[in-house]
Ligand binder design. Structure first.
Ligand code: FAD
Length: 401
């Protein structure tokens, strides 16, 4: 198209960029653009996550999360190896010091096997402490394939590759309005663009973009802020791998964990506190528009009923270092207040159904000349390359032969 694009991807996070790449590979001659509202790619969820390449242990067998995590991690690690992006297969041990959680470890081991995750093994308490002398240890699950990666580097590399291949990347271009046009969409940022087809990968804003494009989304995005503490060198020296708790089976969040990073830091977090702003990285961030949306959303009442107690606990962890410390001590009893360094945070885009329950799987919804990615929370960074292929399939773009 001379005055527009065959396809526009809204959102330059890892899912949008991987999607643009998959589509470009399938249709190299199409005019393709990415709209990103921030001055840089990967500035929201992708740039504020734990940096973990998940293995696929937790997810319901047969779910999209289970399938796309395994496919996606292989493609992501291959890309990282080819591009010289920092990764380390540090492995993960899910630990518990609580006897009532041991059956959940059995369930997780079973899920891992059904999902085709290799080399997962149950550990006795002694085997856990042999490997991790400071860990809480009645039992554990060893997941040796878990890795860490530099996600910001992945997004920057994807963006550079796309631009050098002729794809248009428009940063500082927020999609503000979308009007149906005879052959697709007229998109308004600061400028006006035309697109035959739009793929919505707007993360924390994806339901708002879908609404602006005439879709009544089956879910609403609710932000859940996750805080992290950087831990001291004393703790870094003791924790060589990812250390996770046994997750609450009713929640799509994995619980406060210990994460070595490719930069050599050790993070503890994230909790999952209901956010009062979609991009509210600080405790004091409150967006009245988000409060209004929550007040109008049918699911808010169900959310409060179903998760009120948990929400209060997670809020406490945000406000009280002692409460956050208790969550870390459940994994690593000897950690002290003096081990907690500076804080950082990320905000998850979690889809909530109108009955207030949390949507557990990835969600894709077709619109008119459009495809909307309406739930891509963790492990969507791990799964991004496989999500991208799935989105291209859903958009009806045949694979290159
Ligand atoms: C605290 C935390 C920890 C996590 N840990 C992990 C982990 O260890 N491993 C893992 O696999 N996953 C993890 N995740 C999940 C993972 O980071 C996300 O699932 C993934 O980054 C989603 O990518 P995305 O591209 O969909 O969203 P984003 O990265 O949020 O990208 C969406 C983009 O759309 C842009 N945008 C929004 N609205 C508009 C608009 N109107 N116009 C133009 N642009 C717009 C935004 O600016 C943003 O850049 C974590 C997430 C969080 C928050």
């Amino acid at each position: 198209m001379a005055d527009g694009f065959d396809l526009v991807v809204v959102g330059g996070g890892i899912v949008g960029l991987a999607t643009a790449r998959a589509i470009h590979v399938r249709r190299p001659n199409d005019a393709l653009a990415i709209l990103e509202k921030e001055p840089e790619v990967g500035a929201q969820q992708t740039g504020h996550n734990s940096g973990v390449v998940h293995s696929g242990v937790y997810y319901r067998p047969g779910s999209l999360k289970a399938r796309l995590t395994l496919e996606g991690r292989a493609a992501l690690l291959e890309f990282a190896a080819r591009e010289g992006i920092r990764t380390r297969t540090v492995g993960k041990i899910i630990v518990t010091g609580r006897p009532e959680e041991l059956p959940t470890l059995d369930t997780l081991e079973q899920r891992a096997r059904e999902n085709g995750v290799g080399s997962v093994r149950r550990l006795t308490g002694k085997e856990v402490t042999d490997r991790l002398p400071g860990a809480a240890a009645l039992g554990g699950l060893d997941v040796p394939t878990a890795a860490i990666i530099d996600y910001p580097a992945v997004t920057h590399r994807l963006a550079a590759e796309l631009v050098s291949d002729g794809v248009t990347l428009l940063t500082s271009h927020e999609l503000r309005e979308a009007r149906p046009a005879p052959d697709g969409w007229t998109l308004v940022t600061g400028e006006t663009l035309r697109a035959r087809y739009v793929v919505n990968c707007a993360g924390l804003e994806c339901d708002l973009v879908a609404r602006a494009m005439g879709v009544r989304p089956p879910v609403a995005i609710v932000p859940f802020r996750g805080d992290y503490y950087r831990l001291t060198a004393r703790m870094q020296a003791q924790v060589p791998c990812l250390v996770y708790p046994v997750p609450d089976p009713d929640l799509p969040f994995l619980g406060v964990h210990l994460t070595p990073t490719v930069d050599g830091e050790l993070l503890a977090g994230p909790n999952a506190a209901l956010g009062l702003a979609r991009e509210g990285y600080r405790l004091r961030d409150v967006d009245p528009r988000q409060l209004l949306r929550m007040a109008e959303f049918r699911g808010t009442l169900g959310l409060a009923r179903g998760y009120g107690t948990l929400a209060a606990r997670e809020w406490m962890r945000s406000f009280s270092p002692a409460s956050f410390l208790a969550a870390i001590q459940a994994l690593w009893p000897s950690v002290t207040r003096a081990d907690l360094g500076s804080r950082t945070s990320g905000v998850r885009a979690q889809a909530v159904r109108p009955d207030g329950t949390l949507e557990d799987d990835f969600v894709f919804v077709r619109g008119d000349h459009a495809l909307h990615v309406l739930n891509a929370p963790s492990p969507a960074a791990t799964a991004s390359f496989a999500i991208a292929e799935r989105v291209a399939d859903e958009a009806g773009i045949p694979r290159a032969s």
